[in-house]
Design a protein around this ligand. Structure first.
Ligand code: ATP
Ligand code: MG
Length: 316
């Protein structure tokens, strides 16, 4: 494994392929069979979608993750590389296979089954000080899928801060629904916290975005994604709201939150004010919904610019 090269962002997170069934004729039922009228195999995982789309936006990215020695691992690494993501710090684990998520997509909602495979072995030691030192920002996603990383999350964030990096964390869903992330310890080490509304509510044991934010207190920057409603930015007690950019023809919303994160962190690292980061994030989230899966709308920057102009009337 090489741990060299310079990147703006080091992404630490889960890697898997997505097997996405779309246009399904009704809900699945035990003992029965339903037909899906379209099907895609694509780069999955919150972290990989984030890394890939951030790279397309023009921020350089290195990925620290784990894939198996199998075809799905080859596919993931090739997809990331084709988007310009440095995968020289991603580990191929010989004795376990690559994670897979089966997605049953129904318009703006979906049900997912994840086989974690070797992603569960990702730990904080997988990222060296040298890799951290050669980056400006550390992004971590899907912490509940990464038990060994979660155990030492505070240690990793502390190391990143000591080495001068800014940090962001998207907790993503907790499949065990325990929501046992110690926000009191984690948030002071996290420059930008990026949950969605439901995740924030479960993490704080509160209902309603404002109640949850008030409960956490005003010491942080928290960006709460709220689907087609848009998003709310909490900047040390001051709130900014951003309506979503209306997409009349949503293909699916897979990866919208990860693309949103990519838009936010891209502008954050350019040094834009946080409310501008929020607006751009919502635009990138909306662009995500115009094509299947999390990366199809981000083939290259020309495609992104065209979609922003043609569908949302915004020039970027
Ligand atoms: N139907 C939509 N139309 C326009 N924009 C949308 C739509 N759905 C999502 N977005 C944009 O994408 C952002 C993130 O989406 P969402 O709230 O679904 O994140 P999430 O739940 O974290 O998603 P993910 O499943 O990718 O983790 C929203 O804040 C919004 O700006
Ligand atoms: Mg999300």
């Amino acid at each position: 494994m090489s741990q060299t090269g310079k990147s703006d962002v080091v992404v630490l997170g889960e890697l898997n392929v997505d097997l996405i069934a779309n246009n399904i004729e009704g809900p699945p039922e035990m003992g029965k069979e339903v037909i899906a009228r379209s099907f895609t195999t694509t780069l999955g995982s919150s972290s990989a979608i984030f890394a890939s789309n951030l790279s397309t936006l023009g921020t350089s990215v290195t990925f620290v993750g784990r894939v198996g020695n199998d075809g799905n691992g080859d596919f993931i690494l090739a997809e990331l590389q084709s988007k310009g993501v440095d995968v020289s710090n991603t580990i191929r684990t010989g004795n376990r296979d690559t994670g897979v998520t089966v997605v049953l997509s129904y318009g703006e909602d979906r049900a997912m089954i994840t086989y974690p495979g070797c992603m569960t072995y990702l730990c904080d030691d997988d990222v060296t000080d040298d890799v951290l030192k050669s980056s400006r920002h550390l992004h971590i996603s899907s912490i509940f899928l990464l038990p060994r990383l979660k155990k030492n999350l505070v240690r990793l964030l502390t190391r990143a801060k000591r080495l001068g990096l800014t940090t962001s964390l998207d907790p993503q869903w907790d499949p065990a629904e325990r929501w046992d992330l110690d926000l009191d310890q984690v948030l002071p080490l996290t420059d930008i916290f990026l949950p969605n509304r439901r995740e924030l509510e479960f993490l704080t044991g509160t209902s309603g975005i404002m109640n949850a934010l008030t409960r956490i207190g005003d010491g942080n920057v928290i960006v709460v994604k709220d689907g087609k409603e848009g998003a709310i930015l909490w900047d040390h007690g001051t709130t900014f709201m951003q309506r979503s950019f209306l997409n009349e023809h949503v293909v699916d919303t897979i990866g919208a939150g990860d693309s949103f994160n990519a838009g936010f962190i891209h502008k954050y690292l350019v040094g834009e004010p946080l409310n501008e980061c929020l607006k751009f994030a919502c635009l990138i989230g909306a662009i995500n919904t115009t094509a299947p899966g999390g990366t199809a709308a981000f083939r290259d920057m020309n495609a992104v610019r065209r979609t922003a102009q043609d569908l949302f009337g915004i020039s970027i």
